[in-house]
Design a protein around this ligand. Structure first.
Ligand SMILES: *Cc1c(COP(=O)(O)O)cnc(C)c1O
Length: 410
């Protein structure tokens, strides 16, 4: 390790040595970290060199309340002083209250199973669909549902799947947003249709406004379950509690059989939830599924603090207005050829394949950005993002694109 007289920049770009230690101690599943972060406040994070960034990624749509939000700090601290974990042989008030709150937000009778991540929420739902007695699941191309073997079987990206074949079978892929293709694929052998209301990892892909309505009709007609993966879109991300309730995205009322949640639900404390409405909520018998940590009172208390704060601070409305401001700021440069999304789930396409370069240029300029493809970027910041934060990005945006384009103009 280098002493203070010989600071060497490590692979994370900081001078503190954490990146080199990371490389020697952690599995190389994620590639080299972009920097080493030590603290945050609001929509800002600070790295080990003391450099501050505006965080437009929000832990990948996770940090609903930003960083170090007092309500989340208080809820987690108080709950940790009472009970962190008890096992699922016991009930706890935060777990029961959270399940009731989620069903209330969904507006349906149902039952909740708590897990610790999005992939686990989907794994629970996948197993639940097997309890219908049917085994086929129809999913969309470009969809992302997680990395466990079951969730991976439901995820279309070949680069993720191929190294781990064979995966659980009887998964049928159809083009996303194409209701006719869905209708052609769904018959009485299908247990469930699984869709993201807006595809996140694919780069914020918004389907036609009648797509989920058609999916609901098609599944009803075949006696199949409609399962919506709201792991990324849920909890206010698009401006409504759930994206399938968002009139800007869906032209009518859709009542899904299963909704899976995770990312933003507890503001960064690991949690996942599989919510099933009506009869689907009663498909598991004791012993069919389980988890040691899932639904522990710490994560549930964190989620309750997130729900209270989103409600109390008007963050659904803020997601809509701040999202509009953000989309306007991004679209102001004509090297941005398309801006998509709703609320604070925003995707864009660049006129050249320089998204990765834009991420690097953004980081140099003090902005945490995200590329979802060679020419695609995604913005899923904390819902506490302020107008001033957006204006700071707006002021830097053309300079970031100049650097991404190699210092020149298009
Ligand atoms: C991130 C994501 C998942 C997986 O969640 P993990 O917590 O990473 O397991 C599943 N579905 C969607 C739509 C996601 O965005």
């Amino acid at each position: 390790m280098s002493g203070p007289e010989s600071p060497s920049v490590d692979p994370t770009g900081t001078t503190t040595g954490w990146g080199a230690r990371y490389a020697d101690a952690l599995m190389n599943a994620f590639g080299p970290p972009k920097t080493t972060l030590v603290s945050g406040h609001g929509a800002r994070v600070v790295d080990a060199d003391g450099k501050e960034y505006l965080d437009l990624l929000g832990g990948i749509a996770v940090n609903t309340l930003g960083h170090a939000h007092p309500a989340l700090v208080r809820a987690v601290s108080e709950q940790a002083g009472r009970l962190v974990h008890v096992s699922n042989f016991f009930a706890t008030p935060p777990q029961v209250t959270l399940a009731e709150r989620l069903l209330g937000l969904l507006g349906s009778e149902g039952r909740v199973f708590f897990a610790n991540s999005g992939t686990e929420a989907n794994e629970a739902a996948f197993k639940l669909t097997r309890r219908t007695g049917r085994t086929r699941v129809v999913v969309a191309e470009g969809g992302f549902h997680g990395r466990t073997m079951g969730a991976l079987a439901l995820t279309s990206k070949e680069a993720y799947r191929t190294p781990f074949a064979p995966l659980p079978g009887e998964v049928v892929f159809v083009p996303y947003g194409d209701a006719d293709a869905l209708a052609a694929a769904v018959d009485q052998s299908v247990a469930a249709v699984l869709l993201e209301p807006v595809q996140g990892e694919a780069g914020v892909v918004v389907p036609p406004a009648d797509y989920l309505l058609r999916a609901r009709q098609i599944t009803h007609a075949a006696g199949a379950l409609l399962w919506l993966d709201e792991v990324q879109t849920g909890i206010g991300r698009t401006g409504t509690w759930f994206a399938h309730q968002n009139p800007a995205l869906v032209a009518g009322e859709v009542v899904p059989d299963i909704v899976t949640l995770a990312k933003g639900l507890a503001g960064g404390v690991p949690i996942g939830a599989c919510i099933a409405t009506g009869g689907a909520g009663k498909l598991f018998d004791p012993g069919n599924h389980g988890t040691t940590f899932g639904g522990n009172p710490l994560a549930a208390a964190a989620a309750l603090a997130v729900l209270d704060t989103v409600e109390g601070d008007g963050l659904l409305e803020r997601s809509v207005t701040t999202g509009e401001r953000l989309r306007g700021a991004l679209a102001a440069d004509d090297r941005v050829t398309e801006v998509r999304g709703a609320g604070l789930m925003v995707g864009l396409t660049l006129a050249a394949e320089v998204a990765a370069e834009a991420v690097v240029a953004g980081q140099d300029a003090g902005f945490i950005l995200n590329a979802t493809g060679p020419d695609r970027m995604r913005f899923v910041p904390p819902l506490v993002l302020t107008d001033a934060d957006v204006d700071a990005l707006a002021a830097a945006w053309s300079g970031i694109l100049d650097s991404a384009w190699g210092g020149g103009s298009p």
